[in-house]
Write a protein that binds this ligand. Structure first.
Ligand code: HAM
Length: 416
């Protein structure tokens, strides 16, 4: 029997969870500030939702999905990302009819059967947001500014680089694809077998190939950024202007490809050089054709997602320590009848909103104080038989070990 997590999956233990919660709390706060509401969607969808959204010739759909046949014979896939499911929910619930703009954020586990390494997992958490409705470049910039504000709020923005580019649209991209094919065709023999196939199916994916040989050839390929139509170039120019006016620091990287096919126009990536090869911390872009592809009315949209594990790894480096749960008060007791008094005092403290923890099973006072110390308690109440008979309890300040007697009845109301 295998009783470990499957390869590429991991637990997040209580001490680490504090840091996760800090990041999640900030995401929630910032997204709220920008008018986004949370949406919760299933962790699995019909396989077709992902195949149609991400593109059948992407690595994710070709090699990385956790797909299985359900008992009724339908093909089901554990979500490899959140955008497709959010758009499916947007269409299924006719959200376009309720408001011209939908701002949705989500978080949860995603599943990709990749080769695990530091910062890359098969089960990983994303937080993401999708802004559906507007085509206006202000919406791209607003979303990117929100991502940056979030990264600032958790103290990471000075360790990160934001790169943007444009992938054009259905008007200029087909011509660009032809240019790419013309560029790669004479080199076909030197491309990997996958890329030779991509030449006929999806030449843009060659730009994303990890094989050294293909990368060398791709380095000299024409860039989408240099082949944008007038509308796409103007849109990109306006996005840049808005970003500038919002004070968001960015650089242009015409080599951004993205591993998913749904993107049009603006794309962006936030990277770090502190996590080795898994350097993408957040990424996203515009996807104006996806809602229609999933059966909805033509609705432009833009969004992003961040990988929680990578954020946490980076956050640990940038801000080590300081994320333990803290208990304010510990309650120790020694002697006959004191356990019940401890139980009551603990309950009374919590009733007043004071985080409190009591000893269970009454060990020696020394070992109880050790546990109190470990819990991070600032104060410890020590209930002894003698004090209790006089209606008193000892209050110990852990830092100084100083002790004083207080009335047990008044104890819960002390200011801690
Ligand atoms: P993505 O670039 O595939 O985009 O993933 C976004 C982020 O998720 C990455 O930048 C990375 O931080 C994290 N990530 C991806 N794969 C892994 C992995 N195997 N292990 C750990 N972290 C990982 C999307 O998923 C799009 N849905 C983003 C988007 C939203 N575009 C528009 N709206």
């Amino acid at each position: 029997m295998e009783t470990r997590t499957p390869r590429g999956f991991h637990d997040v233990l209580p001490d680490e969870v504090r840091r996760w919660q800090f990041i999640e709390d900030n995401a929630r706060r910032i997204f709220d500030l920008y008018g986004f509401s949370e949406i919760r969607i299933p962790v699995l969808e019909f396989t077709e939702v992902f195949a149609r959204s991400l593109g059948t010739t992407t690595d994710i759909v070709e090699k990385e999905m956790y797909t299985f046949t359900d008992r009724d014979g339908s093909s089901i896939t554990l979500r490899p990302e959140g955008t497709a499911g959010v758009v499916r929910a947007f269409v299924e619930n006719s959200m376009h009819a309720k408001s011209p703009v939908s701002k949705l954020w989500y978080s949860g586990m995603m599943f990709r059967h990749e080769r695990p390494q530091k910062g890359r997992y098969r089960g990983f958490y994303q937080i993401g947001a999708e802004l559906l409705g507007p085509e206006d470049p202000a919406s791209d910039a607003d979303l990117i500014a929100m991502v940056w504000k979030f990264l600032e709020s958790i103290g990471l923005s000075d360790r990160l680089t934001l790169e943007i580019s444009s992938l054009g649209d259905q008007r200029c991209r087909p011509q660009y694809k032809e240019k790419l094919v013309a560029y790669f065709k004479p080199e076909a023999d030197r491309l990997c077998p996958d890329c030779r196939r991509r030449l006929g199916t999806n030449p843009l994916r060659i730009l994303d190939c990890k094989e050294e040989g293909c990368r060398k050839i791709a380095a000299g390929a024409p860039k989408m950024m240099d082949n944008l139509c007038g509308e796409c170039a103007a849109h990109f120019g306006a996005v840049r202007e808005y970003l500038g006016s919002a004070g968001v620091p960015y650089t242009i990287n015409p080599k951004i490809v993205r591993g998913l096919d749904y993107y049009t126009r603006t794309v962006f990536e936030v990277t770090t050089n502190e996590l080795g090869s898994q350097n993408a911390v957040a990424a996203g872009g515009r996807y104006d054709g996806l809602v229609e592809e999933l059966g909805g009315p033509g609705t432009p949209a833009v969004g992003f997602a961040t990988g929680m594990e990578r954020l946490v790894l980076l956050h640990e480096k940038a801000h080590p320590g300081g994320f333990r749960r803290e208990i304010k008060v510990f309650i120790a007791y020694v002697g006959e009848g004191t356990e019940t008094a401890a139980f009551r005092l603990t309950a009374a403290l919590r009733e007043r909103g004071v985080p409190a923890e009591m000893e269970y099973g009454g060990k020696s006072l020394k070992s109880q104080l050790k546990r109190a110390d470990k819990s991070g308690a600032v104060y410890t109440f020590i209930i002894g038989e003698d004090e209790l008979s006089r209606g008193k309890v000892k209050l110990r300040r852990m830092e100084t070990s100083s002790e004083e007697e207080v009335d047990i009845e008044a104890a819960p109301a002390l200011s801690f």
